[in-house]
Write a protein that binds this ligand. Structure first.
Ligand code: 5CA
Length: 170
């Protein structure tokens, strides 16, 4: 597509990674809006402060590696929780290991700190922390470390097709 004067002067133009998330949302037919903020949303705490919600309402998009199948597994956790890797592995039926930054980038198309629940090159097996379903409103990363979007828990489940489960470390 050719840039024009109107694009160049559009202060709401998104960076390419954030635009990929916006396009993925639009392709699924939901009216959700990616916003790029001047401040960092790299961590759950920063994201919560930036949008003015509790850290528990931030969707952490964590990638684990299933080495037997070399699959990436997406875990969507409340910003307040740590993930019980063994519980996720049991649900998946395969052991899980850590993912390094290159693996995360290759499987999601996003850098750590900006990994979105949607907009990946190919679908990922996805698990959703059941605690996220207790909030009216959530915010998730949208492709860069300062891009986010607001959604409901029902939208998170519908958009990702994730399995809702008890996966926090207690
Ligand atoms: N933008 C915010 C939420 S809106 C965000 O992306 N938070 S996050 O928690 O989902 O992403 C940061 C996560 O990336 C950390 O919790 C951690 O699990 C992971 N991470 C951070 N550094 C590394 C690293 N060097 N290698 C692999 N994973 C990492």
């Amino acid at each position: 597509m050719t840039a024009n004067a109107s694009d160049a002067s559009n202060s709401s133009a998104l960076s390419p990674s954030a635009q990929r998330v916006q396009n993925a949302l639009a392709a699924q037919g939901v009216a959700l809006t990616v916003v790029e903020l001047p401040q960092s949303t790299r961590t759950s705490a920063e994201a919560a402060a930036a949008v003015g919600v509790e850290v528990a309402q931030i969707v952490k998009s964590l990638i684990f590696r299933a080495p037997q199948s070399d699959r990436a597994v997406l875990v969507l956790a409340s910003g307040a929780n740590r993930v019980n890797e063994k519980a996720v592995a049991a649900l998946l039926g395969e052991p899980l290991g850590k993912a390094d930054a290159d693996f995360v980038r290759a499987k999601t198309g996003f850098v750590i700190g900006g990994v979105s629940p949607v907009g990946h090159p190919a679908p990922l097996p996805t698990f959703i922390d059941e605690d996220l379903l207790t909030y009216d409103v959530l915010w998730a990363a949208a492709g860069t470390p300062n891009a986010v979007f607001r959604l409901t828990p029902a939208e998170l489940v519908a958009l990702t097709g994730g399995v809702v489960a008890a996966i926090k470390l207690v």
